[in-house]
Design a protein around this ligand. Structure first.
Ligand SMILES: *[C@@H]1O[C@H](CO)[C@@H](O)[C@H](O)[C@H]1NC(C)=O
Ligand SMILES: *[C@@H]1O[C@H](CO)[C@@H](O)[C@H](O)[C@H]1NC(C)=O
Length: 307
């Protein structure tokens, strides 16, 4: 049963690839540009916020989690949770120097994540229309990601609205690495669909796997404009689940070649430039799991690096 549907999917995808490619070749919008040193430095606080989510909630609650916490000044965590197992660690708080509410989600062991996401039987499903009001038909995401997001969505939404009300801030930032990046992406979309339009949503993710299908990517692109999807060198997690399984990334790729060489890749998942992830890692055999951990401009992300 599996083989024929898989085969059909491959056929469908290659048939659809033709107009897509022509687009890439002739569109000015797909030109890769380099990030300035100032823009690279601007990413750093978001990387530390993603790093802090790997630290135990009791340390994060007092904002004493080593360099990740001490690097972010003016931040007060107000909600921490998760068990690092069935529910990834997460925290919410207000970042007064940026006049923003922050949500950060922990990632998971990349080897385990890779094995889940390279499973040929990986399944997608529509988004919950209570958490994602107005989501069009045809939008589907990885069921593991949407299930994990749903576990903490109501609790986090209540805290975010409470903090927006308390502080009067008009901005929410979501961050995360790995599985946490996928959760930050879903969180950003859900908040955009549930919060008033005068509240800005900004999302920065690291080493993020593909979350949903191409309808999902287009919908996300249309709703969450302030989005950066940072990936590092030959990390293989950003290329799973495979495009042949019907998964596509939203726009917003920022590809790190080194600490000082960083490119903005404007396509969804189709950049023809060697400086972008999809060319650096055409298939998982050419990827490197260690690159998943970083360094992202000197910062490693993962449980072992919470110090
Ligand atoms: C959708 O999400 C809402 C809010 O979390 C929840 O109450 C409801 O049970 C969910 N529906 C399904 C079908 O999972
Ligand atoms: C906060 O909530 C209270 C009670 O619902 C409301 O009266 C007030 O206007 C809200 N404040 C802001 C800044 O949204």
């Amino acid at each position: 049963m599996l083989f024929p549907s898989f085969f059909l999917l491959t056929l469908l995808c290659s048939a659809r690839a033709l107009p897509y490619r022509r687009d890439v070749l002739f569109s000015q919008a797909t030109r890769v540009t380099a990030l300035s040193q100032a823009q690279i430095t601007d990413l750093k606080p978001f990387t530390f916020l993603a790093a802090a989510a790997y630290c135990p909630p009791e340390k994060v609650a007092s904002w004493k989690c080593g360099v990740a916490c001490s690097s972010i000044t003016g931040f007060t965590p107000t909600l921490t949770g998760g068990d690092g197992d069935a529910v990834q660690f997460f925290f919410v708080g207000h970042w007064d120097t940026q006049k923003a509410i922050v949500i950060s989600h922990e990632g998971t062991d990349p080897i385990q994540l890779k094995s889940v996401l390279t499973d040929i039987e990986v399944t997608k499903k529509p988004l919950n229309s209570t958490l994602f009001p107005g989501v069009p038909n045809g939008v589907e995401v990885h069921d593991g990601f949407s299930d994990q997001h749903a576990k903490t969505a109501d609790q986090i939404f209540a805290e975010v609205t409470r903090l927006l009300n308390q502080t009067g801030f008009k901005k929410v930032i979501t961050v995360g690495h790995s599985l946490g990046g996928a959760l930050a992406q879903l969180q950003a979309l859900s908040l955009r669909l549930n919060l008033p339009s005068d509240v800005a949503i900004s999302s920065t993710t690291y080493g993020t796997p593909r979350v949903g299908n191409s309808d999902y990517a287009s919908f996300f692109d249309s709703k969450v404009v302030d989005f950066r999807r940072v990936n590092h060198r030959n990390d293989l997690i950003p290329v799973v689940p495979g495009r042949f399984l019907g998964f596509t990334h939203p726009k917003g790729e920022v590809h790190l070649l080194s600490d000082t060489e960083v490119n903005i890749c404007p396509g969804n998942d189709d950049d023809s430039d060697a400086a972008c992830q999809i060319q650096a890692v055409p298939n998982i055999l050419e990827g490197n799991a260690l690159d998943h951990l970083g360094p992202y401009d000197g910062i490693f992300l993962g449980t072992p690096f919470c110090a």
